[in-house]
Design a protein around this ligand. Sequence first.
Ligand code: ZN
Length: 301
Amino acid sequence: MNLFAGIEGGGTKFICALGNGHGEIYERISVPTTTPKETIAQIIKFLRSHKHEGELKAIGIGSFGPIDNDPESKNYGQITATPKPGWLHYNIVETFKHAFQVPVGFETDVATAALGEYEWGSAQGLKNFLYMTVGTGIGAAAMINGQLVRGMCSAEMGHLLIPHDKIVDPFQGICPYHGDCLEGMASGEAIKMRWQVRSALDLPASHTAWDLEANYLAAGLMNIILILSPQRIILGGGVMKQMHLFEKIRERVVQKLNGYVPTPEILDDIDHYIVAPGLADRSGVAGAIALARRTYEQEKK
Ligand code: ZN
């Protein structure tokens, strides 16, 4: 049996799972993100201990970033800028290639989550869609014509500039690069700072924070709709666990577009246009397995 390993590397934990590449997941572990030496050693041990159950054909990694995932670059496979001790310039791709001698696919965490949704989640059957995660930070990946969008490097739609009425919301934003960009204003971290709460989830559904949040996210999504014309938008991440936010965002997206994009998706069926991830919290690791299978198929050609 062919086995594919998916690794979802996050800032607080790494999840690794083995699957057949067609939707079945057999075993998985979750280990805390400490140093590469400790964390990666546990993943390698897990994969080695399950190897006898089938043949490991490829590994897919969706990593926190920023990362260098340009195969032409001399730093390909590295995490390129992080304050986490030991991870700066750590080459995760080389480590796994060396340990298992199999092809290794490498993408951002949000791109692999998009792949998972494309294969088995809310974007099945669509060739053009957006996946956005609204958590500690904001990241997004777009698939256009069945390919993840990439230019010079990965797109950074979490840092779009959005309108900021400083009378309504005097908060300056928390992005160290741009201040009041989308991530600076609407990430989980921004909500915590603006309202001085331990977690965004401590704010009740009736709190004005959520109107502001929906407004900023809708502004960002309007820009993306106008540029990429995705057939669907999937919103994941910790902040989006507030399910009431979906309704607020949908309303504002329709209001802001004001009939200018007259598609049935937006005018008649917005509830199925802006949706939650079909795989809930499993998009990332499932997508990493899909990435492994794709990498294997590509190398076979
Ligand atoms: Zn920014």
